[in-house]
Write a protein that binds this ligand. Sequence first.
Ligand SMILES: Cc1ncc(COP(=O)(O)O)c(C=O)c1O
Length: 400
Amino acid sequence: MIKRFNFQVHSFISQQHPRLWRISCSEGEKLYTTTMAGSCTGSFKAADLVIQLSSSPKIKPDVVDFGTVFTDHMLTVEWNANEGWQAPLIRAFRNLSLHPACSALHYGVQLFEGLMVYRGDDNRLRLFRPILNMNRMANSAERACLPAFDQSELLECIRRLIDIDQDWVPHSDSASLYIRPTFISTEPSLGVKKPTSALLYVILCQAGSYFNTEMRVLSLWADPKYTRAWKGGTGDCKMGGNYGGTLFAQYEAASYGCQQVLWLYGEDHQITEAGTMNIFLHWINDDGDEELATPPLDGIILPGITRQSILDLTKKWDEFKVSERYLTMGQLYSALKQQRLKEMFGSGTACSICPVGSIVYQGTNLQLPYQEKHSLSSRITTELADIQHGRSPSDWTYLV
Ligand SMILES: Cc1ncc(COP(=O)(O)O)c(C=O)c1O
């Protein structure tokens, strides 16, 4: 069975903004609305897909590091300002040919997404809430001044690509195939300006261990001298510059024996994200209430699909307070000293959920409580994995 989403274009938002449309999309029983810049009718269509199969499929390695081995095919869709979107093409995986002045290379006019396809116990392939990735990609594209596209058409093209490379999806509960939609400006000139040509492409790769570590407990390094994102910036979009710019701090974290940076913000050292994960605290808060808390989406937090799913899931349980609120290192430190901290964990597609074991902060190595079994993080991990692998029926999954 192929599950499809219903997209509806409701209206122009206003006469003042005739190029902004309100779009709604239903995923199971849920309805999402978003705005899209540009004309909706100007998208590529999955029905126009051209497929050129590879004549030399690769031999699949057994175990690989995350993001190093790619499947046999890729999806490409070209756009230019004169002719609009071209027909989407699935072809053999290959290098791109880019003009040396291309503004994706010079000014980082580009963005990407990341989602997984899981093989279920029933051998069927499932995507997890992919429309949320399509929404986030459309938001990043608008911020990057890249052209709008119909999210359901892209999702259908991705579904066809996965179908073609389906043998690459591991027969395993612990491994899956990672999907990397990418959108770059191919503007062949050095002026800093809105692109007149662009390339959207999607590649698939095997997802082994993301953190390359046996111990699934993270060590973090927190120093306010580095900032991942700031108010009014692009930290809430998946643009490459947000990531390349963090490498330097990441290597300083490693020099302290830590795996990831805990990104702080502002004078009060607000806790924002860890590496490329959203962050959660499970604690007894200052008011004495049991609470699961994560920072709010105020522009400096990437709106993670796993983050949203954890909030949705735990709110549905209705067992403790679930909040989007500001959290500071001072609050974390007090809770730790007063034994009110139950657990801290990061969340993201690549790692799912990762408990935090320690934080190096202001010359101290804070040791955080963590239980391998019967913790909130292990319960959430199991519930999400059961949905992703089809063991628990859910309208969050999308069959390939
Ligand atoms: C900065 C950042 N935060 C959080 C996340 C987690 O997002 P998701 O759950 O959608 O993978 C990611 C990964 O995409 C990220 O890059």
